[in-house]
Design a protein around this ligand. Structure first.
Ligand code: NAP
Ligand code: G4F
Length: 385
């Protein structure tokens, strides 16, 4: 019989990659999707099947992690072998604006699933994955961070995820549930949410070189993150649930990089060299040279001329807006994936340059389409946040 998986957060970055990964492995995938006023299934559109088809391998259910009855009913109806709890209000900065909602979704939401498994007497049939996070390390106690590094959360998001981490451990110890935490460090992709720093940079860069935007306003440029590719990270989630014994694992690349360097590398992919001048809120990224051939290969000759013309009046393409600073910041994340390498046999296939190249190329294609539409007199959206 085909294995069944239930994914909360299936419309998000990781949910989409995990659904694709599991379907390729022969799973029937059930996903929980929130009701919204617009369709929100763009990331899984290529997997979506007409509900009238009889034997489908992707089935969506309306639901919300804040609704216990809904969660319990969905689990009862689909009786999955594996549950991946990826649903969350996942933006750290936004969690300072919506702390109670974040606690309810990211913290208590996890409890709702665990309790449903227990009440439905499915604890011996279901394996549970919790999307824990390197944000738990917050004000880091040691470098690099391992499964044994103490937690010090620095945001309402991280505090909610701390509860979710420990309630997962508690249900494992109290009831013998096969429940595992993946302590995942930042992972990105071309379908990363537009307001996370990586995607904000690759989109902003694409708009700047095409003349759709002049300046990219950023927050803390000195923060360091251990960035990987989401495709590698969903494979780690799956591997955790295939182990005989549940456990908790750090998933990271073991390499940490400043936001400033992520920006520099992204611009270098289109042939633009940047130099950062000034500090804190007065820091700016200045274009010091342009490699014509690379720019023309990646963008176009016509846009090169326009871009050079623009540089004559203002060579500063990156500026800082302190509005993006967080009340409490996580300055440094740097993971040690030794346990995952050893026990799960998990080794990432992407490095940071490969990730950035894929993201820049993808956003350039998207923004060229926008540019084409604008030139044809069609309305395009603005993307400032
Ligand atoms: P994402 O793109 O923001 O996706 C989050 C998903 O959760 C979306 O499908 C969203 O639905 C759904 N969701 C939000 N609130 C919900 C609610 N109340 N009820 C049900 N679903 C809800 O996040 P991601 O990057 O894929 O991350 C997946 C998980 O891993 C999250 O739990 C995140 O906190 C965690 N994590 C992520 C990273 C990372 O670097 N990406 C690292 C560590 C941990 P809509 O599409 O309707 O908004
Ligand atoms: O891309 P970010 O918003 O990701 P953050 O806060 O690290 O959280 C992400 O990774 C976590 C895993 O560690 C996940 F649990 C969480 O769900 C999410 O996926 O910001 C990264 C860094 C921060 O230090 C931030 O202050 O980039 C800095 N930054 C600088 N300028 C900015 C900006 N972040 C954003 N979003 N926007 C900026 O303009």
């Amino acid at each position: 019989m085909d294995k069944k998986a239930l994914i909360t957060g299936i419309t998000g970055q990781d949910g989409a990659y995990l659904a694709e990964f599991l379907i390729k492995k022969g799973y029937i995938v059930h996903g929980i999707k929130r009701r919204s006023s617009l369709l929100n299934t763009e990331r899984i559109d290529h997997l979506y099947q007409d509900p009238h088809i009889e034997k489908r391998n992707l089935i969506l259910h309306y639901g919300d992690l804040s609704d216990s009855m809904n969660i319990t009913r969905i689990i009862q109806e689909c009786r999955p072998d594996e549950i991946y709890n990826l649903g969350a209000m996942s933006h750290v900065k936004v969690s300072f604006d919506m702390p109670e909602y974040t606690a309810n979704t990211d913290g208590t939401g996890t409890l709702r699933i665990l309790e449903a498994i227990r009440l439905l007497n499915l604890k011996d049939q279901v394996r549970f994955y919790q999307a824990s996070t390197s944000e738990l390390y917050g004000l880091v106690r040691e470098v690099p961070q391992t499964e044994n590094t103490p937690f010090y959360p620095r945001s309402p998001y991280a505090c909610a995820k701390l509860y979710a981490y420990w309630i997962t451990v508690n249900y494992r110890e109290a009831y013998g549930l096969h429940a595992s935490n993946g302590i995942l460090f930042n992972h990105e992709s071309p379908i990363r949410g537009e307001t996370f720093v990586s995607r904000k940079i690759t989109r902003g860069l694409s708009r700047i070189v095409l003349g759709l935007q002049d300046t990219l306003y950023m927050g803390n440029l000195s923060a360091k993150r251990d960035w990987g590719h989401a495709k590698d990270y969903v494979r780690a989630m799956y591997l955790m649930l295939q182990q005989e014994t549940p456990d908790d694992y750090v998933i990271a690349t073991g390499v940490t990089t400043e936001v400033r360097e992520f920006i520099r590398k992204s611009f270098a992919f289109v042939g633009i060299e940047l130099e950062f001048k000034g500090d804190k809120e007065n820091e700016k990224g200045c274009v010091t040279s342009v490699n014509d051939k690379t720019f023309i290969d990646k963008v176009s000759r016509e846009h090169l001329d326009k871009f050079k013309h623009r540089l004559k009046t203002d060579p500063y393409v990156i500026k800082v807006d302190p509005g993006y600073f967080r009340p409490t910041e996580v300055e440094l994340l740097h993971g040690d994936p030794a346990k995952a390498n050893r026990v799960l046999g998990w080794i990432p296939e992407y490095d940071l340059d490969g990730l950035i190249e894929e993201m820049v190329d993808s956003d350039l294609v998207f923004m060229k389409k926008e540019d084409y539409l604008r030139n044809g007199g069609y309305k395009i959206n603005n993307y400032f946040e």
